[in-house]
Design a protein around this ligand. Structure first.
Ligand SMILES: [Zn+2]
Ligand SMILES: [Zn+2]
Length: 446
C-alpha cells in the first residue's frame, strides 16, 4: 500500500554487502532459464499488465489472465477467492506446503513515467468516478514474476517434492485483499502452507538487488477518525459554549505524548493527524471538529498502546475541558484501513537470505535497515494466529538512468526496470521455494 519508499532512502548509497555464507550453490541453469523466459514470454506479459492496470478489488481482467496463464501451465486454479483472488495449486508428491503471493492492483493515477509502454487505461472506481489507472507500485512486476515462478517450478518439478500454492491477491492498496482471501477460506479450502513468501519491488533499491528483512518488514497501519463534539455558539461568547476547536487542539497536542512518553524510544511508532476540519466562519464556535489519523507501529504491543492511548487521551482531554458526558469524542478505527505489522519469521528469513545470496551472488543481497514505516497487507498471512512462517522481501527495481532521482512509489513518475526486477524476483523466489521444500518429510501443517 502506501509506503514502499520506506525501503528506500539512502539505500542505494548504503552498499550491498551481506556477510552470511551462502548455503546453496548457484544454479546457472535457473538463471539462464529465467532470462530466456523473460525474453520469450514474461517481457510481453509485463507489457500487457503494465498497459492494462485495474483498480483495487476490480482486477477482473488481470485475474482472468492470471488464471489462464496458471491453468495453461498445469496448475489447478480457483478463481474469485476473496473477490478477484486467484489460487493455483500443484501437488507434487509428499512434503511440506509453500505458498507464494503476488498482488495485482494498480492505482488511480495518470502515468507520466516516460516508460515506453505507458498505461492509458481508465476505469470507473467504486464511487462511480472514471479514473486513469497506473501500476504505480510495481504490482505488475509481482504478477509477471508469479507466472515466471509458476513456469520454473513446473519445469523443475523433479527438483522438489511437496505442495505449491500460488496466489494472485486483489486490493493490496486498500489492505483488504489478504484479509478477504483468508476470510474466503484460503487456509481451509486449499492446502494450508507451512511457509508463505512474497516480495515487493522497490524503486529506490538498485535494480536486481534483494533485501530480506530479518524481522519486521512493514509496519502496522491503522486509520482512525475522531469526531470531537462541543456546544456551538457565538465566537464573542465562548463562556456560553464548549469549543471543540480548542478541545481538538489539546487532543492533538496530547497525542504527541504517546510516542514520546509511552513507547520505548527504540521502538517504531507514529501518530500523525493528517486532517482536521471544523467550523464555517471566523465568529462561530462550531458543534464539532473532525480529525483523521494514521497510526503506525512495528509490533502488536506498541500498536495496542497507541490505539488504546488515542481512545484514552481523546476521552479524558475532552472531560478535562468540560465537554459534557453525552458529547465525548467518538473515536472510530477503520475496519478496513487496518493492518498489523508484517513480521518475518527470523529463522526462515535468515535461511532465505543465505539461499538467495547463493543463487544471485552475495553482492546483490543488501545489508540495510528499514527506512520509514510503510505497510503491506502481507502482514495478514504472517499474523501469529495462523502459525505460518512468513517472509516478504524486497527486490530492487531502480533503473540505471534514474539512480540520482529514484521515483517514489504511488507517483505518476514511478518507473522501475522490469527485466532486472522480474528476473531477480523469479530467481530468488524459485531458489527460496525449492529450499523450503527441502524442509523435510513432515506433512503440511493443517
Ligand atoms: Zn503501494
Ligand atoms: Zn505495493
Amino acid at each position: 500500500m502506501r509506503i514502499h519508499t520506506a525501503l528506500l532512502a539512502g539505500v542505494a548509497a548504503a552498499g550491498l554487502i551481506f556477510a552470511a555464507t551462502p548455503s546453496a550453490a548457484t544454479d546457472p541453469a535457473l538463471s539462464a532459464a529465467v532470462r530466456a523466459d523473460y525474453d520469450a514470454n514474461l517481457g510481453a506479459l509485463f507489457d500487457h499488465f503494465h498497459r492494462n492496470p485495474e483498480l483495487s478489488g476490480q482486477e477482473v481482467k488481470t485475474a482472468a489472465r492470471m488464471a489462464k496463464e496458471l491453468r495453461d501451465l498445469g496448475y489447478r486454479v480457483t478463481e474469485n477467492v476473496g473477490g478477484t483472488g486467484v489460487v493455483a495449486v500443484f501437488e507434487n508428491g509428499p512434503g511440506t506446503t509453500v505458498m507464494v503471493r503476488a498482488d495485482m492492483d494498480g492505482l488511480p493515477l495518470e502515468e507520466r513515467s516516460g516508460a515506453p509502454n505507458p498505461s492509458r487505461a481508465r476505469q470507473v472506481d467504486r464511487d462511480g468516478v472514471e479514473q486513469f489507472v497506473m501500476h504505480a507500485c510495481g504490482h505488475d512486476t509481482h504478477i509477471t514474476g508469479l507466472i515466471g515462478t509458476a513456469r520454473q517450478m513446473m519445469a523443475r518439478k523433479a527438483n522438489w517434492s511437496g505442495t505449491l500454492v500460488l496466489i494472485a491477491q486483489p486490493a493490496e492498496e486498500r489492505v483488504e485483499g489478504a484479509r478477504a482471501m483468508i476470510a474466503d477460506g484460503l487456509f481451509t479450502r486449499f492446502p494450508k502452507p507451512e511457509y508463505v513468501i512474497g516480495y515487493h519491488v522497490a524503486s529506490s533499491l538498485p535494480a536486481g538487488t534483494i533485501w530480506v528483512p530479518p524481522s519486521v518488514a512493514y509496519s502496522s497501519a491503522d486509520s482512525v477518525d475522531i469526531k470531537v463534539r462541543g456546544v456551538g455558539g457565538h465566537g464573542a461568547s465562548p463562556h456560553t459554549t464548549v469549543d471543540p476547536v480548542t478541545v481538538a487542539s489539546y487532543i492533538i497536542t496530547n497525542l504527541q505524548t504517546l510516542r514520546s512518553r509511552e513507547v520505548d524510544p527504540l521502538q517504531g511508532a507514529v501518530v500523525t493527524v493528517g486532517s482536521i476540519h471544523g467550523g464555517t466562519k471566523h465568529n462561530i464556535i462550531p458543534e464539532e471538529v473532525n480529525l483523521q489519523l494514521t497510526v503506525r507501529s512495528d509490533s502488536y504491543e506498541v500498536r495496542d498502546t497507541l490505539l488504546d492511548g488515542i481512545d484514552r487521551i481523546a476521552r479524558n482531554t475532552a472531560l478535562a475541558l468540560n465537554v459534557p458526558e453525552d458529547k465525548l469524542p467518538v473515536v472510530v478505527r477503520s475496519p478496513t484501513e487496518s493492518t498489523p505489522p508484517a513480521v518475518n519469521h527470523t529463522e526462515t528469513a535468515l535461511r532465505l537470505q543465505s539461499v538467495i545470496a547463493g543463487q544471485l551472488g552475495q553482492e546483490r543481497v543488501l545489508d540495510i535497515s528499514r527506512q520509514g514505516m510503510g505497510a503491506e497487507d502481507f502482514a495478514f498471512y504472517a499474523a501469529p494466529e495462523h502459525g505460518i512462517k512468513a517472509v516478504i522481501f524486497a527486490v530492487g527495481g531502480l533503473p540505471e538512468d534514474l539512480k540520482d532521482t529514484p521515483p517514489p512509489h504511488h507517483s505518476p513518475l514511478f518507473r522501475i526496470d522490469p527485466r532486472a526486477s522480474v528476473i531477480a524476483g523469479v530467481e530468488a523466489t524459485v531458489a527460496a521455494a525449492e529450499d523450503l521444500f527441502k524442509t523435510g518429510a513432515q506433512a503440511p501443517a493443517q
